[in-house]
Design a protein around this ligand. Structure first.
Ligand code: PRX
Length: 550
């Protein structure tokens, strides 16, 4: 352990981190200098115009279904969606929410929305009624694109601003009419909104601007290291920022062939897809790698020789997983650190550079990272402090939708964006994650706000109060654990706990539902404001776990 892993052989876009880190300027990237831009045009249409229309843009696999589309065919479908949206009166600045499974239509609908200057709000397919309603209403969405199955989770009376609901099935049945319209945007105008959780309040709408494609394109080139011949697979749904930025924009801006896989994680299926499609770059989360590792020798049954490297994001990547992949698959896993709010990679491991297992990597060229104390002063190397990023960079969110105060709260010290994470940086510039500064929960790389879960729990008739924490877990990083007090005359039974769990699962999403519920007599609270002390609950839980283990 503690060993540095050298780069594997390859033809890399960026081969000398240090000199590029010192000299790189965003202004040298052609996309940065555009007076007007359209992210969707850059992602698809430009490639067709430059003669790459016949190149395969995507492989879609879902159970026994397989579909391959060229860039020209993707463009044709985007044009069709553009026609449908425009004939329904959608215009610049409107919010179009997209609630579809991980399928080509989801990607196409996002691009069509953006190409006409509207703001795309992709929603994770696992969201249930309350979670959807909350987001759509906060954003006052005008239009919703969904399909017959997911559409059943929506009650129109709950989303009064949505004037039009468009169904994928209906759009696909309509005769194709191609509308080539492109709305040319100021780079600072909005294109994409992702709702994300913090430790307080309901999820917030993080709005990204068209200019972010500069960041997407450059990190796609250097960190994903996609080349023309690559088959690139990011396993995240476009409702999460990883699925949109590194599932759609970054690879397609670099003209890669992408894989879209319908359905959930399954180790055999994943290995099979890599073999069948010749996947050369895989981007996923540590939980998935831990599952693969737990399957032991399973990988030996597949030909995985097409893989060049693997990327990881969303939660701490354990060194033992990196060593396993290196030994078993003869591949390096490159950790990346960023957030919904940062709009693109901030800390990375380039394929051409040594990696230190346990570290998230080094700052992306053109981006400066700092470790700050509570007053906002930079700390010396080796000390633990707040992980901060010097403002500004092209991917940084434009604002928090309708919540300027929240937006400003990310910038408490002049010139710095504060992430909410704690970290330390070593003498060589490598950064090591040390935890969160707040109560946010990270389960399988999914960011879960305790407040949203607590609010859902207390809607259950038996629950009086609730405090929700992330309990450390070997596979998932953390699991959601709820401490609750019950209303008088309610008895604690396994059936009751299951009904409480189901309540959250059917209203918010399966990943938000507490895996453990513990009934207690009283929740710890602050004396003055009566706020629930989640930190105390978590501390006790960790101490108990330590005792159980010893
Ligand atoms: O705590 C960090 C964790 O995920 C948070 C951001 O979550 P989200 O906005 O959902 O974005 C996830 C993917 C972009 C961060 O504040 N996180 C992200 N990457 C890592 C990580 N924790 C440890 N190591 C990482 N590589």
């Amino acid at each position: 352990m503690g060993e540095i892993l050298k780069p594997l052989k390859g033809d890399f876009h960026l081969t000398d981190y240090q000199s590029v880190y010192e000299t790189f300027n965003w202004k040298d990237v052609s996309l940065f200098n555009k007076q007007t831009v359209n992210a969707a045009y850059e992602t698809i249409d430009r490639h067709v115009e430059e003669g790459y229309g016949e190149k395969i843009a995507l492989h879609y696999v879902n159970q026994d279904k397989r579909e391959d589309l060229t860039f020209k065919e993707v463009q044709r479908q985007v044009n069709h969606y553009v026609h449908i949206l425009r004939s329904n009166g959608v215009k610049k600045g409107d919010r179009v929410f997209i609630f579809l499974p991980k399928n080509p239509a989801c990607y196409i609908a996002i691009l069509a929305t953006i190409r006409i200057g509207a703001i795309a709000g992709p929603l994770f397919e696992g969201f249930m009624e309350e979670a959807i309603k909350e987001r759509i209403n906060d954003c006052k969405a005008n239009v919703l694109i969904t399909d017959q199955t997911l559409g059943e989770r929506i009650k129109t009376e709950n989303i009064p601003t949505v004037a039009t609901i468009l169904y994928q099935e209906t759009i696909e049945k309509a005769p194709i009419v191609e509308d080539h319209y492109v709305e040319w945007m100021d780079p600072g105008e909005g294109m994409l909104i992702h709702y994300t959780s913090g430790s307080t309040g309901q999820p917030k709408g993080v709005l990204h601007a068209h200019r972010a494609v500069t960041h997407h394109a450059q990190s796609g080139k250097w960190v994903l290291d996609v080349h023309d011949e690559d088959v690139y697979w990011c396993t995240s749904h476009p409702g999460w920022v990883t699925g949109s930025v590194y599932g759609l924009f970054a690879p397609w801006l670099n003209r890669a062939t992408i894989v879209i896989q319908g359905g959930r994680f399954n180790a055999k299926l994943w290995y099979q897809i890599i073999e069948d499609l010749g996947v050369s770059i895989l981007y996923s989360a540590p939980t998935a790698f831990r599952y693969l590792m737990a399957e032991g020798d399973l990988y030996k049954q597949y030909d995985l020789s097409s893989l060049r490297h693997i990327l990881s994001v969303g939660e701490p990547l354990n060194p033992e997983v990196i060593y396993w992949a290196h030994r078993a698959l003869q591949l390096r896993i490159h950790d990346t650190w960023w957030m919904t709010e940062t709009g693109g990679h901030i800390i990375v491991n380039l394929p051409s550079e040594p990696i230190k297992p346990g570290s998230m990597g080094r700052p992306f060229p053109g981006i400066e990272v700092g470790i700050l104390d509570e007053e906002g002063n930079e700390l010396p190397r080796g000390e633990i402090g707040q992980l901060a990023v010097k403002t500004t960079w092209p991917g940084l969110m434009k604002t928090i939708w309708n919540n300027d105060e929240k937006f400003r709260s990310y910038f408490p010290y002049k010139g710095w964006y504060i992430s909410g994470d704690l970290a330390t940086q070593d003498e060589d510039g490598y950064i090591f994650f040390q935890g969160r500064h707040d109560d946010m929960i990270n389960s399988s790389g999914e960011r879960i706000g305790p407040f949203e879960v607590e609010s859902s729990l207390i809607e259950h008739p038996a629950v009086k109060e609730a405090g929700v924490i992330g309990k450390p877990d070997e596979i998932r990083g953390e699991i959601v654990k709820a401490f609750i007090t019950l209303r008088s005359n309610v008895d604690e039974t396994p059936e009751l706990k299951e009904s409480i769990r189901q309540h959250v699962k059917t209203r918010l999403a399966a990943h938000s539902a507490p895996r453990e519920i513990e009934v207690i007599n009283e929740l710890p609270k602050t004396k003055i404001s009566g706020k629930i002390l989640r930190r105390e609950l978590k501390q006790k839980e960790i101490e108990r776990q330590a005792i159980d283990k010893s």
